[in-house]
Every structure is written in C-alpha cells, then in structure tokens.
Design a binder for this molecule. Structure first.
Ligand code: APR
Length: 248
C-alpha cells in the first residue's frame, strides 16, 4: 500500500487541476450510512419504493417518515471526517480545484472545499412542490409530516430522486471540470449509478490519472482507474496529505 500512497502523492504534487468524485463512502466515518453494502440504506428499504419521485408524489408522508426524517436527523448531527478534511487541505494546497459529490450531506462545504458540485442535489434545503420556494432543512418543522410551505404546498428535499434528471448545471459543470482535470480522485463510491459513474471515464479520456480510494474494488477498478488504494478514506487521505506536506 505504501507504494500506492507514494504514487498518489507524486501525481497530486504535480497536479494543476485535480478533481475529486465522492460518494457515500467518504461520509461513513461521519456516521452517515451508505446506500449499498454492509449497513446500507438499500439493504433496509427498496429505493424504488421510497427514493423514487413517483413514491414521493404518491405518498410524501411515508417518504418523509422513512427516508427523509431519519436521514435529516443523522445529517444534522454529522461533522466532516479526515476524508473530507483531506480534500479541503488539497484545495488549500492549490492542488484540488473541484469536488463533484453524489452526497447530499453538505460535509465537503463544511470541511472547507469552496467549489463543490452537488451532483444529486442536497438535503440541506427543502423545496416547495407547489411554489418552488426553497427553505433550509434545519428550519423545517418536521413534527407534522409531510411538512408544508406557507403556501400550503408540500416540502421535499432539494435532492435528486430516482426517476429525476440530474440538475443540468451540475451535469454540465461536472463534465467541464472533468474534461480539464489532470488527476481525478474517486473516493467512496460504488460507481454503479449513472451518469456520475461516467465522470472517471471522461477523466481518463481527457488523459487524467484516475486514483480510486475504497476498501473494496468497484466496476472502475483495473478498467478505468489507474490504481485503487484499498482502505478507508480518512486514513488514506491523512497519509496522502502527510506525504505532500513532507515535500513542502
Ligand atoms: N472510505 C471510503 N469508501 C468507503 C468506506 C470508507 N470508510 N466505507 C465504504 N466505502 C465504499 C464502499 O465500498 C462503496 O464502494 O463506499 C461505497 C459506497 O457505495 P454506495 O453506498 O453505493 O454510495 P454511492 O456510490 O455514493 O451511491 C451512488 O446511489 O442510491 C444512489 O443517490 C444515491 O448518490 C447515491 C448513488
């Protein structure tokens, strides 16, 4: 593993335009469950049942009760971990320009990254399904479900549900920064949901070095990514940052 950390340090030290693509795995060490694998949300619930836009329209109270309320409570308590802090440090060092995240927890911004593309939207804001007004989730009274806007419309997370389009600006900007990057870190994603999982392919096509950080291989491993550093994001990012700081 050491030689892989050293390879990552070498590529990142030379990078002018690094980009990170992150998934739920980077937030597990902050107490937020992943969607797939051990303890994943989709082990307990069928995503088509509670995370599809049709389910939200059909029974918003049930989606709020099962998916939104518990996840909101977990996210409200979560803080950035060493994985998030490592990516924020990479930005401070002038190496990392943008984080493309599939996560909806806002932890990258909290850690200090200033250019974060929320590919699947965010749970930090709710949007009225009638008047489109946005309200911060922490200001929403979830004692009565589903919560309503002052106009009496139902509030829903400003996140992308299955069956919905990726916000066009998020997709366009992600493609744009990926096409220009020289290193892409792919951290904590199972790389099975499109079109997010295509970003590393676009990066490879653009000639970037693609480095995966994950405790287990994904469909990208050995096919798209140059190498996989097996392990938890927090510990690996700590070692990469130490390697970069030692060169300063
Ligand atoms: N550090 C890094 N990666 C980890 C860690 C860790 N400590 N623990 C687990 N992982 C990895 C798992 O091996 C897995 O590859 O994180 C990944 C989590 O995968 P998913 O739960 O599928 O999360 P993600 O890839 O973000 O899912 C993509 O699917 O359901 C949708 O909208 C949802 O944005 C989500 C999308």
């Amino acid at each position: 593993m050491d030689h892989l950390i050293q390879r990552a340090v070498k590529h990142l030290a030379a990078a002018q335009n690094a980009v990170a693509l992150t998934g739920a795995g980077i937030s597990i060490e902050s107490g937020i469950p992943p969607f797939r694998g051990k303890g994943g949300l989709w082990e307990k619930f069928d995503p088509m049942e509670i995370a599809h836009i049709d389910a939200l329209i059909r029974d918003p109270a049930r989606v709020w009760k099962i998916l939104v309320k518990d996840l909101k409570d977990i996210i409200d308590r979560a803080a950035p971990n060493d994985g998030h802090k490592g990516l924020a440090r990479l930005e401070k060092l002038g190496i990392l320009k943008t984080v493309i995240t599939q996560n909806i927890d806002g932890l990258h911004q909290m850690a200090g990254n200033t250019d974060v593309i929320e590919f699947h939207g965010t749970f930090a804001w709710q949007r009225c399904m009638k008047c489109d007004r946005r309200i911060e989730t922490r200001k929403v009274d979830a004692s009565v479900l589903p919560p309503r806007c002052g106009c009496s419309g139902i509030l829903r997370p400003d996140a992308v549900f299955f069956g919905e389009m990726i916000p066009p600006v998020a997709l366009w900007r992600s493609q744009e920064v990926t096409a220009r990057c020289d290193v892409m870190l792919v951290v904590g994603t199972s790389a099975v949901v499109q079109p997010a999982a295509s970003m590393p392919i676009l990066a490879k096509q653009a000639g970037a070095v693609v480095i995966e950080i994950n405790p287990e291989p994904t469909p990208l491993t050995g096919v798209v990514c140059d190498f996989l550093i097996l392990g938890d994001a927090g510990a690996i990012m700590n070692r990469i940052i130490s390697g970069l700081e030692a060169q300063r």
